[in-house]
Design a protein around this ligand. Structure first.
Ligand code: ADP
Length: 399
């Protein structure tokens, strides 16, 4: 069966068509600037040249129509007809407490996803638009929702509840939800496979370090703690997000700088993190280059970033007693040799011993420690699309 994986943002749509017989990607692409002037589809069928289709797209329905046309195009398409798409898997950011697993989408599920809009006002609405568009264009194809939050629903209450008045949890669902769940799940399972050990016996710390970044403690295959919280703002310092700050700073700067709630929110989400500290860029390649040229604030941003990851690893080592495997994934985790080195530097005291030579690897699976009695350190490119496709197949097969 071929499965179409869809990931809708507010003005973008990423897709992959995967043949589940061998889990091979048949085609993939990205639609940019939906609803904005200059919209286009960048489509690649594997083995053929990339094509760029420039056409006005007023909404996600039009975008998806062009994607489906591209997939069946006689020149640059991957399949002959839409009948060759057996099911669609949708990434949905927030499933609240309603979804601990992926689900087949029906009217009740749509209602529940709608109920979660309040928790993810920027993310869930475009996800819903993607599902609605698919329903219209492919009314007879089964669809599955895969939630970023679902993997973290195993976190015990003592870890997910905030020390705020309890009634805020009861009234508004204020608690830690965690994100990047599909990625943490994929890389922890892959780590167990690479080590040839049952995941049930392993304590794994997974570091998803991209523009958004989070760390997760995976015990016996289950998430028991993660660094992102009620929103994806908590935890690590990120490209442009602050991560953890003393909450008292927020009313203080609002008063001092005369900022509105929206302005302070914008500052914490878009102008902070390593961009805020360096004043140069949120991109780690730029920061590494500037640091090498002696830029002190770029150096500081990189140090702060690595130290935060290190502190979370230490905290999770304490939570799980020991760490059998430490995994690096996403843009920075997969590619930055120096950041991996900085994070592991000094962690010998908890048996984390990175091998600098083995660590000279970018963008491919590798084990980067030598001493087999120490914590296994793995670089694993994440593959959220494959995880979504696997869950979709599983649910469609069983129904
Ligand atoms: P997103 O959260 O947007 O999916 P990614 O996982 O693609 O993010 O990660 C983007 C980050 O990865 C950027 O900060 C980028 O600088 C970083 N990155 C990509 N390649 C490299 C590299 N070779 N060295 C250092 N950082 C890299």
């Amino acid at each position: 069966m071929n499965i179409l994986v869809i990931n809708c943002g507010s003005s973008s749509l990423k897709y992959q068509l995967i043949n589940m017989k061998n889990e091979e990607v048949l085609a993939k692409g990205l639609v940019e600037r939906i609803g904005i002037e200059g919209s286009r589809v960048k489509h690649t069928t594997i083995g053929k040249d990339e094509v760029i289709i420039e056409e006005p797209m007023s909404d996600h329905r039009k975008a998806l129509e062009l994607v489906l046309n591209a997939l069946v195009d006689s020149n640059y398409g991957a399949i002959k007809s839409m009948d060759e798409i057996g099911a669609v898997g949708h990434r949905v950011v927030h499933g609240g407490e309603k979804f601990a697993q992926s689900v087949l989408i029906d009217d009740d599920v749509m209602e529940a996803i709608n109920d979660c809009i309040e928790l993810a006002p920027l993310h869930n609405p475009p996800n819903i638009m993607g599902i609605e568009a698919c329903k219209e264009l492919m009314p007879n194809t089964p669809m599955v929702g895969v939630f970023d939050t679902a993997f973290h629903q195993t976190i015990p209450m003592s870890n997910y509840i905030y020390p705020l008045p309890y009634k805020l949890y009861e009234k508004y669902g204020i608690r830690k939800y965690g994100f990047h769940g599909t990625s943490h799940k994929y890389v922890s399972q892959r780590a167990a496979e690479m080590l040839g050990k049952p995941i049930e016996e392993l304590n794994i710390v997974t570091c998803h370090l991209g523009n958004g970044a989070s760390v997760c403690a995976v015990q016996g295959g289950k998430s028991i703690e993660t660094s992102m919280g009620f929103t994806p703002l908590e935890g690590l310092a990120m490209g442009t997000r602050s991560g953890d700050v003393d909450p008292a700073v927020i009313p203080f700067i609002m008063e001092k700088e005369g900022l509105t709630f929206d302005e302070v929110n914008q500052m914490l989400n878009k102008k902070s993190g390593v961009l805020g500290i360096s004043g140069i860029s949120s991109d780690f390649r730029d920061l590494e280059e500037a640091a090498n040229e002696g830029n002190e604030r770029a150096k500081l941003a990189l140090e702060l970033f690595s130290n935060r990851v290190k502190k979370y690893i230490g905290a999770y080592a304490a939570l799980m007693c020991n760490i059998d495997a430490l995994v690096f994934t996403a843009g920075i985790g997969e590619n930055s040799i120096t950041i991996r080195e900085h994070i592991c530097d000094g962690l010998e005291c908890i048996n984390i011993k990175l091998d600098k030579e083995l660590n000279q690897v970018r963008g491919k699976e590798a084990i980067v420690n030598k001493d087999i009695t120490s914590t296994a350190i793995l670089v694993i490119p994440t593959n959220e699309e494959l995880m979504i496709a696997r869950d979709t197949l599983e649910l469609v097969k069983n129904n």
